[in-house]
Design a protein around this ligand. Sequence first.
Ligand code: FES
Length: 84
Amino acid sequence: MNEEELNALMRPKKVCLCKGLTRADIEKAYDKGAKTLDAIMKETLAGTGCGTCEWEIEKILREKQQKEEQEKKGQQLELFKNGS
Ligand code: FES
C-alpha cells in the first residue's frame, strides 16, 4: 500500500460533498433520532445542496435500520433462550 492509498483509508470519506459531511455525521444524527431522509436533511443539512448524495444517505439509513432489526431479533432470541 502506498502513501496515497493509506491517506485515502485514513481520511473519512465525505458522503455529502456540498456540506462536508461524513458517514459518521449521518450515523450520529440517526442515533440521535433522525430516522428518515427528511429528518437527516433537517438535522445535518446533508442533501440540501445539489442533492446527489441522497441515495447514499438512504443507503446508510437502510443499513442502520437493518442493523437495529438484527440487534432486536438477537435480543428477542436471548430472552426466548433464557425463558423470560
Ligand atoms: S453532495 Fe450532498 S447535497 Fe450535494
